[in-house]
Design a protein. Structure first.
Length: 140
């Protein structure tokens, strides 16, 4: 049974983090960045890595999947009304990550070092802190 737009809107209001308000967008983007860049740690160290590095080991398909996930973060930024310049910078971060990440071995090391999603999260946080200060969180 399909939901009407009104039912869907009510459902998204009731579920935390599912709305289109800046606070919900921030929560989703932070969660996606953590999954892609900082989900795991190299045993015995404090060096984080995420699915971007792990899935990127799969030739071609891994890079396509992680590019799509990075593009989702850019799409969320677009929905926040961020400037075209910021969106271009974010798209360039994902593009560089995808292009160089597609090179065997070198790309895998590059994915580990170049954290495009973390860079994009910083751009989004800067925008939200300036234009929607109520979404700030205390990090510790």
């Amino acid at each position: 049974m399909p939901l009407s737009q009104e039912q869907f809107s009510q459902l998204t209001k009731d579920l935390p983090g599912m709305g289109s308000d800046p606070h919900s967008v921030r929560a989703r983007v932070e969660a996606m960045e953590k999954v892609l860049e900082r989900s795991f740690h190299i045993p015995g160290t404090r060096i984080p890595f995420g699915l971007d590095t792990v899935v990127g080991l799969v030739p071609v398909l891994g890079d396509v999947v992680t590019a799509a996930m990075g593009a989702y973060i850019v799409w969320e930024a677009r929905n926040l009304g961020m400037s075209k310049w910021q969106l271009m910078r974010m798209a360039a971060n994902v593009g560089v990550d995808t292009a160089i990440g597609a090179v065997p071995l070198v790309g895998d090391v590059f994915d580990f070092v170049w954290r495009s999603n973390s860079k994009n999260l910083r751009i989004i946080k800067k925008h939200l802190d300036k234009h929607h200060p109520g979404t700030r969180t205390i990090e510790g």
